[in-house]
Design a protein around this ligand. Structure first.
Ligand code: MFU
Ligand code: CA
Ligand code: CA
Length: 175
């Protein structure tokens, strides 16, 4: 086979495998010694939290501007659809207005939209990233929506092809 044929066969095989396997349900990538997994399977907050814990991780806890930028890029690049609403590990379940990371880390870094958190309606004690205009920031919401979520691990994880491609291109500037 010449080079062009080899490339076409190679790409066709890859796309064929994507069709058979369906689009990947998760993106896996490492950042500063921690693993991050973007799960594109919508769940209630409590079920997303449980799934993360069953896999020896936790819903992502963001403590610095750098980590925030990394997670925003992960969410931004994970799908070719509009930026999906995405659960994180922040809540004020215990005391209204007292936001806590489920990891117990300090909450000095915040990334709320203007006007948030507002504990709207019958109360909002969980947090998502969402996109408004051109910003991707935090909004407090009730826990009963089903959204994608990011799992963080306190160790490096095996990364997949997608994430490897992403780390080379889109995510390089955050490293
Ligand atoms: C804003 C948000 C709420 C909710 C509502 C539809 O309140 O703060 O979390 O998304 O819009 C007015
Ligand atoms: Ca609240
Ligand atoms: Ca809100």
């Amino acid at each position: 086979m010449n080079k062009k044929t080899t490339l076409i066969v190679g790409v066709s095989f890859f796309l064929g495998a994507m069709v058979i396997g369906g689009s990947p349900s998760a993106i896996k990538i490492n950042y500063k010694g921690h693993g991050y997994e973007y799960v594109t399977k919508p769940k209630l907050w409590k079920d997303a939290k449980k799934d993360a814990e069953e896999r020896n991780g936790y819903l992502v806890c963001i403590t610095t501007a750098d980590e925030n930028e990394f997670v925003v890029q992960l969410i931004n690049n994970a799908t070719d659809k509009e930026v999906p609403r995405t659960w994180i590990g922040l809540n004020d379940d215990k005391v209204e207005g007292d936001w806590k990371w489920i990891s117990g880390e300090l909450t000095s870094f915040t990334n709320w939209f203007h006007g948030e958190p507002n504990n709207s309606g019958s109360g909002e004690n969980k947090v998502i990233y969402e996109k408004r205009d051109n910003e991707i920031k935090w909004n407090d919401v009730s826990g009963d929506g089903r959204y994608y979520y990011v799992i963080e691990y306190n160790f490096e994880i095996d990364t997949d092809t997608n994430a490897a491609g992403m780390s080379k291109t889109n995510l390089r500037s955050t490293r």
